[in-house]
Design a protein around this ligand. Structure first.
Ligand code: DAH
Length: 344
């Protein structure tokens, strides 16, 4: 019987040693230490032994059982450790794997042009002013020297909301609002970018909604030469250092005198081509000296203060600058168009 037990121990330890995984190990546990296992079997035969032999055998059987159990649990720990290591090694992240490309958006070309113009004027000491897109008739027209019934109101077909409220047709009302806030005290030096609305039929050069940037400087002894110098800096920055500007007499109710400003053609340099319609010049904005009525209505003493103002359309500037032939490209969200304007 002693032999039998020893034999069992050797056999079991050998199997434990060879066990490859936890399942095999558990099978061994059940086979050797379970109720129907060989050790239990041996112990059952103890009844036939003498009283002296019995405790010796019992102790031995327990020893064998203990040895097998210890071997199993040691092996189990080892197998578990191996399993964890294997899992960890399989789950390592390969940081050399190339990433998926991230699609980076870019500014809308109009935003880019507006920001470029803002940067230029901020650099010259201007502040950015804003006003509401739903505007009163007073600020959109009246405060700009366009009383009710003035024929020049027809130049800007409007979306009226009520008799007194409309979608602003230009950014000029921000002039009047800002001057009013200054309570007759100069200097005022602002640009006002924003959306404007006109009751136009959309085509290649018209849109019922577009963008404008207004400029206004009011101080003591501001003159036309200040306006011209400022716009020259602007034209050179936007269209190239070699550009020149010229002023042509024009009419706006809120400025006197009023001018239309042309830039020498950046395509032919002034010789005449298709871009400038053979004239050598391209119209880029409207401007003038702030009308005394406008200054007075906003609370400024027109004997002490004078000012210049200008208004431009970033769409037009962008179309000229980038050779875009249809204003609708800006609003139809075709990514193939938009992604061409990545900033450096
Ligand atoms: N508000 C004018 C328009 O939308 C543009 C303009 C012209 C603004 C002359 C001005 C200006 O400030 O002086 O047609």
């Amino acid at each position: 019987m002693q032999e039998q037990l020893k034999q069992l121990q050797t056999e079991a330890l050998e199997k434990v040693e060879q066990a490859q995984d936890l399942k095999a190990l558990n099978d061994i546990r059940v086979a050797y230490l379970g109720k129907k296992g060989p050790i239990t079997e041996v112990l059952r035969g103890m009844g036939k032994l003498s009283a002296e032999e019995r405790p010796v055998m019992g102790a031995l059987a327990n020893e064998v059982r203990e040895a097998i159990a210890t071997a199993i649990s040691t092996k189990q720990e080892h197998l578990e450790q191996v399993a964890v290591e294997e899992k960890l090694s399989k789950e390592t992240i390969d940081v050399t794997l190339p990433g998926r490309p991230v699609k980076v958006g870019n500014h809308h070309p109009i935003t880019a042009v507006v920001e470029e113009i803002e940067d230029l004027f901020l650099g010259m000491g201007y502040q950015i002013a804003e006003g509401p897109e739903v505007e009163t008739d007073y600020f959109n027209f009246e405060a700009l020297n366009l009383p009710k019934g003035h024929p020049a109101r027809d130049m800007q077909d409007s979306f009226y909301i009520t008799e007194e409220l409309l979608l602003r047709t230009h950014t000029s009302p921000v002039q009047a609002r800002t001057m009013q806030e200054h309570k007759g005290q100069g200097p005022v030096k602002i640009i006002c970018p924003g959306k404007v609305y006109r009751r136009d039929s959309d085509d290649a050069t018209h849109s019922h909604q577009f963008t404008q940037i207004e400029g206004l400087v009011v101080d003591e002894s501001i003159s036309m030469s200040d306006l011209k110098g400022t716009l020259e800096v602007f034209a050179k920055k936007m269209f190239g250092e070699e550009r020149e500007i010229r002023l042509r007499p024009s009419f706006f109710p809120f400025t006197e005198p009023s001018v239309e400003v042309d830039v020498s053609c950046f395509s032919c340099g002034g010789k005449g081509c298709n871009v400038c319609k053979k004239t050598g010049w391209i119209e880029i904005l409207g401007a003038g000296m702030v009308h005394p009525n406008v200054l007075e209505m906003a609370g400024f003493d027109s004997k002490k203060y004078s000012g210049f103002a200008f208004g431009m359309g970033p769409e037009r500037i962008a179309m000229l600058k980038y050779g875009i032939d249809d204003i609708r490209h800006f609003y139809t969200d075709d990514v193939r168009f938009l992604k061409q304007f990545k900033r450096a």
